[in-house]
Write a protein that binds this ligand. Structure first.
Ligand code: ATP
Ligand code: MG
Length: 410
């Protein structure tokens, strides 16, 4: 008999990954997710995090989920699924309520939250998160928990994250067609942050920068609060496309050359080292300086980090990053990435590896490209512990999946 099962699904631009874990919550100790199964598949039918071909995306979901279920020896019926893409927007919002000089209750706080969330969203936008930030009681700011305080006026500041409604619906449809329900859509860089950032970093000020395939995602924390999200439609795939153009080689060859010999700083590469790559004509080979490859990578990555820097500066956040930048995503494995990021952003940089809060079969997840899926699973566990919802119900599994499937078609 297993405990409560949490499943996470990250449909990235290049790979789809799934994690199934069991909540281990002993009183007096921080909860841990015991990883039972991990699955991975190549993503098809997505472009820069947006579903473009629903059946192909469904196939990727099925493959990753089945693999995780097989390894775990259990089936699940719902997942915490990641959402990203440059349609994501974040904005702060205030909700103000009168308290009447009495003690502030949980209901007053909920009321202020509901007001802060009651913004008029256009019909093509969907609210993904309303993350509490801080409270003000009678103009006095910086209050972490106002319950029990006395005052006339309570203001709640929340950070609203919205997504394109059609992008969110297509994601849910792709998952439903594979036979799973989406318990919650979770902002991917928020999930990755859950996996790799420490509470101290979030207090001091930190930016998570995830350089994936199709996107680069940024999440900023300061004084323990979620401050900002930004998503840029460039990543490792952009670098590969540059190599296709710059070196006149096919996509697959460019990808392979980048992953085997790529470096994000040309100065790290021995200028005499050469690679053998296919020539323009079939069967032809030619020698290319590894330095040239690194130069192409460096230029594009420098430009991407430049965009991140500009965005952080524009929002007045660059100076708040006392704990610097934490890099995740498949592209940060390249040598020279932390150094280049440090130069471009002017901050301390470290690479984030998931592992904290995980036990069991967690070792295969200890790579920067699994920060999102590991974080989705941990986020799912947190939500389950908070609300009692989100765990899979294995007994009614078959029926639930049948229903999800039927609902999809009628
Ligand atoms: N060893 C490596 N060296 C360089 N790049 C790598 C390496 N391994 C993976 N990558 C690159 O990482 C990218 C994929 O990263 P990741 O798995 O984080 O993306 P994703 O989640 O599929 O996409 P996204 O989150 O952007 O939608 C690809 O562009 C791939 O070429
Ligand atoms: Mg990703």
């Amino acid at each position: 008999m297993r405990g409560h099962l949490i499943a996470a699904l990250d449909i990235g631009s290049t790979k789809t990954s799934a994690v199934i874990g069991e909540v281990m919550a002993d009183a007096g100790r921080p909860a841990v997710l015991n990883v039972l199964g991990v699955g991975q598949a190549r993503t098809s039918g997505m472009r820069r995090e947006v579903v473009t071909h629903i059946e192909e995306t469904t196939e990727s979901v099925l493959k990753a989920m089945k693999e995780a279920e097989l390894m775990a020896g259990v089936t699940v019926d719902r997942v915490f699924a990641g959402i990203a893409g440059d349609h994501i927007q974040g904005m702060p919002s205030l909700g103000m309520v009168a308290v009447g000089g009495e003690e502030i209750s949980r209901e007053d706080v909920d009321r202020a939250h509901r007001l802060a969330q009651a913004v008029n969203l256009p019909p093509d936008r969907e609210l993904i998160h309303a993350i509490p930030r801080e409270y003000r009681v009678d103009q006095e700011g910086g209050v972490a928990d106002p319950v029990g305080m006395a005052g006339m006026r309570l203001e709640a500041e929340v950070y609203l994250v919205t997504a394109s409604a059609s992008a969110a619906n297509n994601l849910r449809r792709a998952v439903a067609r594979a036979g799973y329900g989406v318990q919650e859509l979770v902002l991917e860089p928020l999930a990755a942050s859950r996996a790799v950032l420490t509470q101290d970093e979030k207090e001091i000020g930190v930016a998570l920068v995830e350089v994936g395939g199709g996107t680069t995602e940024v999440a900023v924390f300061h004084e323990g609060m979620f401050r900002h999200v930004a998503i840029f439609p460039f990543g490792g795939l952009t670098v590969t496309q540059d190599l296709v153009k710059g070196l006149s080689i096919p996509f697959q060859e460019a990808q392979k050359a980048k992953e085997l010999y790529g470096a994000a700083l040309a100065q790290l590469v021995d200028p005499r080292e050469t690679l053998e790559l296919p020539g323009p004509a079939p069967g032809q080979r030619r020698h290319v300086a590894r330095e040239l490859l690194a130069h192409v990578v460096e230029q594009r990555m420098d430009e991407i980090f430049g965009l991140v820097r500009e965005d952080l500066e524009r929002h007045g956040l660059l100076d708040l990053l006392g704990a610097g930048v934490v890099l995740t995503g498949g592209s940060v494995t390249m040598p020279g990435m932390p150094e280049l990021a440090g130069q471009a952003l002017g901050t301390a940089v470290r690479v984030g590896l998931p592992g904290e809060g995980l036990s069991g079969f967690a070792e295969p997840l200890a790579l920067p490209r699994f920060a999102t899926v590991a974080g989705l699973a941990l986020y799912g566990m947190d939500r389950f512990l908070e609300t009692g919802r989100g765990a899979s119900t294995p007994a009614s599994n078959l029926m639930t999946r049948l229903w999800a499937w039927i609902r999809e078609f009628f």
